[in-house]
Design a protein around this ligand. Structure first.
Ligand SMILES: Nc1ncnc2c1ncn2[C@@H]1O[C@H](COP(=O)(O)OP(=O)(O)O)[C@@H](O)[C@H]1O
Ligand SMILES: N[C@@H](CCC(=O)OP(=O)(O)O)C(=O)O
Length: 353
């Protein structure tokens, strides 16, 4: 049977009462649904927001002038409460949980990436439920993910999930008339026409970020759903092929290297700017080409061998990204030279469509 592995992401607004604080009823309901999935043979990774919101009930936050410090303190204190509360609800179903905190840099180097993947695989094979959140204490400004929807998409790609479920406080993606879009189709739906760029009171990225994550995950072969986290049957419906919400059908399959590279798009540590000749070869769908130093005009940023770098055209257009076989100094020294090993081998090159 094909792998049945679901990443479930729950937004802050779903987990919290309108008056503030975590909602025991919602957490209990989700724990019950996840336990039922597991009993049915599914492996599950939970990505839970809510640390900052939970921290509001723990810390008197009136005294913080610096908003960054305020958020760090609320998250650090709230994460403990969040995990303790999840722990109690999962214990009712004899399920032990484990905490995994991630930051953007964990996806930027292949070494960190493999360590985190190894840990998640270890937790799943030991029968534990990994509960993932962003490490809000160190993730500040440019080091932050857009939000936990993006993190959930990265985790789903990392663990080779078959399904990704983004739970929020609306029924799914709504069209301009407020009607639910049941099945997303890139050909007929226009994201920009549909979405307001707002978020709910506690949310960070809004529907825009859910849509970006869902489309990308579906493109990597992960069936994705955006749905109402307060719907008591939402996970079972998705698992049984009778999803309620907006479904993004999985398109194709991607290798594990390709999933890693795709998840790095937008988070790279450096760039190689290629000349027009190299661009023509790389973007020719009939060819499978590596990025060779002879076709590279400039190297930007600081990176190590094995890190992912962006590939750009000379006018700044992003063509894709790939794993560099040189560090930044070696790459600069090799610029424009013939008969050198590829800067990026085609097996580790991800080109945008
Ligand atoms: N077309 C749309 N369909 C549904 N929700 C939308 C749309 N455009 C904007 N939104 C807003 O996006 C919000 C969900 O994103 P967000 O607040 O980040 O939630 P979460 O905390 O679940 O991540 C919705 O509550 C809604 O206010
Ligand atoms: N890491 C933050 C969540 C940030 C976030 O993306 O929130 P949300 O948009 O509600 O999923 C927290 O735990 O408070």
């Amino acid at each position: 049977m094909a792998r049945r592995r679901m990443v479930v992401k729950v937004g802050s607004q779903v987990l919290c009462e309108s008056t503030g604080g975590l909602s025991a009823a919602v957490l209990a309901g989700l724990a019950r649904q996840i336990a039922a999935l597991r009993a049915d043979g599914w492996e599950v990774v939970l990505v839970s927001s809510g640390a900052v919101a939970a921290g509001v009930g723990v810390v008197d936050d009136a005294g913080f002038d610096n908003p960054v410090t305020r958020r760090q303190v609320l998250a650090a204190a709230g994460q403990v409460r969040l995990m303790a509360t999840w722990g109690l609800h999962f214990a009712d179903h004899d399920l032990a949980i484990a905490q995994v905190l991630a930051s953007k840099s964990d996806f930027q180097s292949r070494g960190h990436y493999l360590n985190m993947r190894g840990c998640l695989e270890g937790l799943l094979s030991a029968g534990l439920l990994p509960v993932v959140n962003e490490n809000d204490v160190v993730s500040v400004t440019e080091l932050m993910f857009t939000d936990n929807d993006e993190l959930a998409g990265l985790v789903a790609a990392m663990v080779g999930a078959s399904h990704l479920c983004l739970l929020t406080q609306v029924a799914g993606v709504l069209d301009a008339e407020g009607t639910l879009v049941e099945r997303w189709d890139d050909e007929t739906h226009d994201a920009d026409a549909l979405l307001q760029r707002g978020t709910s009171k506690l949310g960070r990225g809004g529907m825009h970020s859910k849509l970006a994550t869902a489309r990308k995950a579906a493109g990597l072969g992960i069936e994705t759903l955006v749905a109402d986290g307060r719907d008591e049957g939402v996970l079972a419906g998705f698992a049984d092929g009778a999803a309620r919400g907006t479904v993004f059908p999985a398109g194709g399959q991607a290798s594990s290297a390709r999933r890693w590279l795709a998840s790095m798009d937008g988070h790279t540590l450096g760039a190689a700017v290629v000349n027009a000749g190299a661009e023509a070869v790389l973007t020719d769908p009939a060819k499978l080409a590596s990025v060779l130093p002879v076709g590279v005009e400039a190297v930007e940023g600081e990176f190590l061998r094995g890190d992912v770098i962006e590939v750009r055209a000379s006018d700044g257009r992003v063509l894709g990204c790939g794993r560099s076989q040189y560090d930044h100094a070696e790459a600069r020294a090799a610029l424009g030279q013939r008969d050198m090993k590829p800067l990026i081998h085609y097996d580790y090159l991800y080109l945008l469509d």
